[in-house]
Design a binder for this molecule. Structure first.
Ligand SMILES: Cc1cc2nc3c(=O)[nH]c(=O)nc-3n(C[C@H](O)[C@H](O)[C@H](O)COP(=O)(O)OP(=O)(O)OC[C@H]3O[C@@H](n4cnc5c(N)ncnc54)[C@H](O)[C@@H]3O)c2cc1C
Length: 304
């Protein structure tokens, strides 16, 4: 089965953009290929891509870096690189936890954070954490560099702001967790290995200086809509409340009553998924609060 005619491995962003321009919409960006090639195979390989432009040899797209109070993660950084980053484990724990549960080791070794976002499915695990981190994406769109909130990358299920035949997603940028701040990610899966997650949840919290009250929170639960989003009403309800078990229980109930996941034959019924929203929010929020209060941060559930 032939999936492409020409395979290019540029080593600069300009080189990749020049190739995309040369093929005038006929070439396609590829990173790990764990979404793209699976889809191409499913189509039977009857329409091979005239060219694939592999972005994983471009050093600036494959780096995790500190930039003052910000952290940048290149679009070509693999899930395994993220899991192994002590910087991210400390300052963006939810991202490590979400990338650590993506597929199995083979998928994590080549699959990238950029591919997870550019594929534009509402339940991408890395995506869910980027939304809770309030990340921005640096892209080149229609030849122009732009910085956009990561949520704006999603136009609909499978529809991205970047046209992967012409544009490039370069990197993500977000604040590193400061003192009194922490994050966590948890996911509920069916027991079998290759299945769609029932729900994933990423949380970021900031407590006051006594670590006793919520000052701010961001909660991303997916998938509950066609694009990734935040539980705004739930986040607002946390502000000023004591960082205690009773608040967490109440907030989990609020999430359960205000979010409306659909029945999915591949995931679970709407009723079950709504029930699980309460369970996930309670567990994930409690973990983030514990981390913010103790400063004791060890990513959980991260695959080898
Ligand atoms: C067995 C299996 C299990 C999986 N399990 C999970 C899971 O548990 N959780 C999960 O979230 N995902 C899962 N996935 C999906 C997939 O592995 C991830 O979404 C991965 O992050 C995709 O990254 P990639 O580098 O392989 O993307 P690719 O397949 O290379 O690309 C995906 C799309 O993004 C475009 N693209 C990639 N990089 C760029 C860029 N820099 N600029 C512009 N466009 C770009 C491509 O053109 C393509 O349209 C699984 C996949 C498989 C095969």
């Amino acid at each position: 089965m032939k999936l492409w005619e020409h395979y290019h491995t540029p080593t600069t962003v300009d080189g990749a953009l020049a190739l995309l321009a040369q093929y005038a919409g006929q070439a396609r960006v590829i990173a790990g290929g764990t979404d793209l090639l699976v889809d191409a195979r499913a189509e039977g390989g009857f329409h091979p891509y005239p060219a694939l432009v592999d972005i994983t040899r471009i050093p600036e797209l494959c780096a995790v870096e500190e930039d003052g109070d910000f952290i940048t993660v290149g679009a070509g950084v693999t899930h395994t690189q993220i899991v192994k980053s002590s910087l991210l484990a400390r300052y963006a724990t939810c991202l490590v936890e979400s990338c650590g549960v993506v597929g199995g080791p083979q998928v994590r070794n080549v699959g990238t954070l950029g591919g997870n976002v550019a594929h534009a499915l509402p339940a991408g695990d890395g995506t869910t954490s980027l939304v809770a981190l309030d990340a921005e994406a640096d892209i080149v769109k229609d030849g122009q560099p732009r910085r956009v909130p990561v949520q704006e990358m999603f136009l609909g299920p499978g529809q991205s702001l970047v046209d992967s035949t012409r544009d490039l997603l370069l990197r993500f940028r977000f604040h590193r967790a400061a003192d009194h701040e922490a994050t966590a990610f948890k996911r509920i899966m069916r027991p079998q290995g290759v299945a769609l997650p029932i729900l994933g949840c990423a949380v970021w919290v900031r407590l006051d200086e006594n670590r006793a009250t919520f000052e701010a929170a961001r909660i991303s639960i997916a998938p509950v809509g066609p694009t990734p989003g935040r539980a705004g009403e739930v986040e607002q309800a946390l502000i000023g409340q004591p960082a205690a078990d009773e608040t967490i229980t109440r907030i989990a109930e609020l999430a359960q009553s205000t979010l409306h996941p659909r029945t999915s034959k591949y995931r679970a019924t709407a009723d079950y998924r709504r029930e699980m929203i309460g369970v996930l929010v309670r567990r994930t929020l409690a973990l983030a609060v514990k981390r913010a209060q103790t400063g004791d941060i060890v990513p959980e559930g991260v695959g080898a």
